[in-house]
Design a protein around this ligand. Structure first.
Ligand code: FAD
Ligand code: NAD
Length: 475
């Protein structure tokens, strides 16, 4: 068959690839989007890791389990008593699947509305911007693109002697499909997935133990933040064991036996289910022909320059497949910026102001530099803090743990970083990102009127406290 020709061929239909495809179609380009994911019924399931087995289903379970936990533990102070609360895990999983399915369908409609050719199957980059397309349903063909975008995403890391079967020993996919509350739930890795999925099953009643290899929890944020989070998680019943090196996990009689070593010696634990969440790697396997011209880094990521161009002419790569944080919003914005740069000459993404959120309760959110980063870089800074416990709204809600921390340049007051551990941190971080994108100062945040009573007043007061003039705490 003759090659089909496109302005842009995108391999991978996750948040990076599909957003890029839609933006290119808006710019009236002919686009082919190839994604291999299917649902349990063999139907196309675009949306990538994020929609199918990542951000969206995990947040659905986090929300369900949060409601269940709040009803049981947090409403009596409000004068609400509820008797005989029960949880139907099957129904909770069905709701999650429904949310995902609805969004899969929405994406397919968007592809149609934007006149994007969508192929449900595998794509492989050949030489000279040609792509081999192997549809799940139909004949293999090749297509030629003026540009090709690689957006194949990431897959979980595995560790030696711990074999994923997604029945007892689970990766992120299995952890989203546990059909009953395990009595004992083990997690290897107290990172983002470990803390989120650990919270889900702990709230539903599982005795949850997290085995973390590092000696500090969440080394990506400052110690005061991670300490506050660790205290809160302990209160919630999460048993986080630091410095724990797992050597082996085996399934015996429907239980998982885990062997690990820490500073105190060798230990064995038995769990009903074990989640392995030790990070993710670029999904570059079987994506490139030998003569594609695209080089990989030592870590298997696609090598790109600051404009996301690979070592092959006309081939760009974005999202989890390349350097930078493995986040859905980074992938989408990067995909859109690259498409705009290719077809209009202008496109921009600032990797220094990508917000991070961990959806525990309270949430943890941050943007920019930490105190650790600034000390290492020898940058003089000022810090301001404010606790949610000193806000009227936090207390009125009955949810006032945590604090906001703002870091600003000691000389010119430019905002350098913000960390928030507290209620609705995921939403509160947005104004800090905007302020940083506009090169704002802590004084800018301090002089902006924030509605009362809101949680955003903690951001306002933390900004005031940079200059030691917070109103509702001693400076
Ligand atoms: P992906 O979403 O991985 O999409 C790539 C797609 O390409 C996949 O569908 C894959 O099957 C397909 N593909 C791969 N190779 C080929 C090929 N050769 N041919 C055809 N198709 C191919 N991020 C957040 O920002 N917020 C969150 O709350 C969040 N929660 C998460 C929770 C979990 C449990 C996990 C695992 C991840 C979470 N993430 C979250 C991370 C987020 O999912 C990723 O950063 C994001 O999905 C990356 O987008 P992407 O488009 O680069 O790749
Ligand atoms: P992670 O990097 O966040 O955490 C992995 C943890 O496992 C680390 O703390 C690491 O020290 C630990 N670890 C590594 N090897 C170990 C071992 N052998 N034994 C014990 N501990 C070990 O990775 P993750 O939790 O798997 O998540 C992967 C990525 O997916 C995240 O980094 C993030 O980019 C993305 N994600 C984002 C969100 C979100 O935005 N809310 C949610 C989930 C996942």
């Amino acid at each position: 068959m003759a090659d089909k020709e496109y302005d842009l061929i995108v391999i991978g239909g996750g948040p990076g690839g599909y957003a890029a495809a839609i933006r290119a179609a808006q710019l009236e380009k002919r686009v082919l989007l190839i994604d291999d994911r299917q649902d349990d019924n063999g139907k196309p399931a675009p949306g990538g890791t994020c929609l199918n087995v990542g951000c969206v289903p995990s947040k659905a379970l986090l929300d369900s389990s949060k409601h269940y936990h709040h009803i049981q533990h947090d409403y009596t102070d409000h004068g609400i008593s509820v008797e005989s609360v029960s949880m139907d895990i099957g129904k909770m999983l069905d709701r999650k699947r429904k949310v995902v399915k609805q969004l899969n369908g929405g994406l397919l409609q968007l592809f149609k509305a934007n006149k994007i050719d969508f192929a449900n199957g595998r794509g492989k980059l050949l030489a000279d911007r040609k792509v081999e397309v192997r549809p799940h349903d139909g004949e293999t063909y090749t297509a030629a693109g003026k540009h090709v975008m690689l957006a194949a995403g990431s897959v979980p890391f595995t560790i030696p002697n711990v074999e994923i079967d997604n029945k007892y020993i689970l990766d992120n996919e299995g952890a989203l499909e546990i059909g009953e509350v395990p009595e004992r739930f083990g997690v290897i890795g107290a990172g983002v997935i470990g803390l989120e999925m650990g919270s889900v099953w702990s709230r539903l009643g599982a005795e949850t133990v997290l085995l973390e290899a590092m000696d500090t929890l969440l080394a990506v944020v400052d110690t005061d933040m991670s300490r506050a989070a660790a205290r809160e998680f302990k209160k919630q019943g999460l048993d986080i064991r630091l410095g724990a090196k797992v050597s082996k996990a085996t399934v015996k009689d429907g239980k998982v036996e885990v062997h690990y070593t820490d500073g105190k010696g060798d230990h064995t634990e038995v769990f009903d289910r074990l989640l392995v969440a030790v990070g993710r790697r670029a999904a570059s396997d079987n994506l490139l022909s030998d003569d594609s011209g695209v080089e990989l880094t030592e870590r298997g990521q696609v090598k790109v320059d600051e404009h996301c161009h690979t070592t092959a002419k006309g081939v760009v790569a974005i999202g989890d497949l390349v350097r930078g944080p493995m986040l859905a919003h980074k992938a989408s914005e990067e995909g859109i910026a690259v498409v705009e740069a290719l077809f209009t000459g202008y496109g921009h993404i600032n990797l220094d102001t990508i917000p991070w959120v961990i959806y525990t309760d309270p949430e943890i959110a941050w943007v920019g530099k930490t105190e650790k980063d600034l000390k290492e870089a020898g940058i003089d800074y000022k810090a301001g803090n404010f606790p949610f416990a000193a806000t009227g709204r936090g207390l009125a809600m009955g949810n006032a743990s945590g604090h906001v921390k703002i870091l600003a340049d000691a000389e010119d007051d430019t905002l350098l970083g913000v960390q928030i551990f507290g209620p609705n941190a995921s939403e509160l971080i947005a104004e800090c990102v905007v302020a940083m994108e506009f090169h704002g100062t802590s004084e800018d945040l301090a002089r902006i009127v924030h509605a009362h009573p809101t949680l955003s007043e903690a951001v306002h007061e933390a900004a005031l406290s940079v200059d030691k003039r917070a109103i509702h705490k001693a400076n």
